[in-house]
Design a protein around this ligand. Structure first.
Ligand code: C5P
Length: 245
């Protein structure tokens, strides 16, 4: 079992994406947001600029979702997962398109290197930046939903603990695979907010209702004049769906 468990309704369902190369900014956000939210998401921008030591520093403050979207031959991905376990992420992403052997290798490596505290292995299926036409250019015909379901099945059967998907795919995936997969969903905007460069967004409450276990918000919180207040406002939107945050 991964260390992280599906959260009860409330603040622990909120993941804040910190897309910055600056470790001081990440550390400050971690300090301020740790009492307010469930996890911080650190991605490639941060990892490449600041390195694993900076990830470890944030993980010392609060649980970290390390969004590296690993995709390589199984042996290489297994090595990267083992190395990533040293910084104690609660969640780690891989690309389902790397195939069943790669997903299985990632899961095994997480178990071997992470033990009881291993990260949840989450698979990414089709990047939401890909339109159906762009996907067809890569040789995938049949449309986005079909490919999302195909890769979701492959990843879950190979040992992924869950999936990262768009708000619009969450219900599709829940219907197809039931309660078991952990679902982490970015592309979320607070009710009434500007979508910015996100073209297909949903509100926090609608995303949780569609079957998400966790929602990911970045700029609406990190760019707010008061990130703590912005995080609290999102959690307040979730309050009618469950117990007290
Ligand atoms: O747009 P925002 O700042 O809320 O993005 C939060 C995080 O979610 C970013 O790290 C982004 O890469 C990721 N993401 C996304 N939209 C998707 C899939 C992932 O914004 N459809």
């Amino acid at each position: 079992m991964p260390l992280i468990a599906r959260p009860r309704p409330g603040r622990k369902q909120l993941i804040v994406a910190i897309d910055t190369p600056d470790p001081a900014k990440a550390a400050s956000l971690a300090r301020h947001l740790s009492p307010e939210v469930g996890l911080l998401k650190l991605g490639l921008e941060f990892f490449v600029a600041a390195g694993p030591g900076a990830v470890r520093d944030v993980a010392g403050e609060m649980p970290v979702f390390l969004d590296l979207k690993l995709h390589d031959i199984p042996n290489t991905v297994a090595g990267a997962v083992r190395s990533a376990c040293a910084v104690r992420p609660a969640m780690l992403t891989i690309h389902a398109a790397g195939g069943a052997a790669m997903v299985a290798a990632a899961r095994r490596a997480a178990e071997e290197a992470g033990g009881e505290a291993r990260p949840a292995i989450l698979a990414v299926t089709v990047l939401t930046s890909l339109s159906a036409a762009m996907l067809a250019e890569t040789g995938v015909s049949g449309g986005t939903s079909q490919q999302v379901l195909r890769l979701s099945r492959l990843a879950l059967e190979a040992g992924a603990d869950g999936l990262v998907c768009s708000p619009h795919e969450a219900a599709l995936i829940r219907n197809a695979f039931g309660d078991r997969p952990m679902l982490v969903v970015p592309g979320v905007r607070p009710a009434g907010a500007e979508p910015g460069d996100q073209s297909r967004v949903a509100t926090p409450a609608d995303t949780i209702r569609a079957g998400a276990d966790w929602i990911v918000l970045g700029r609406p919180i990190t760019n707010a004049a008061d990130p703590v207040a912005a995080a609290r406002a999102v959690v307040a939107e979730l309050a009618p769906l469950g117990d007290a945050p």
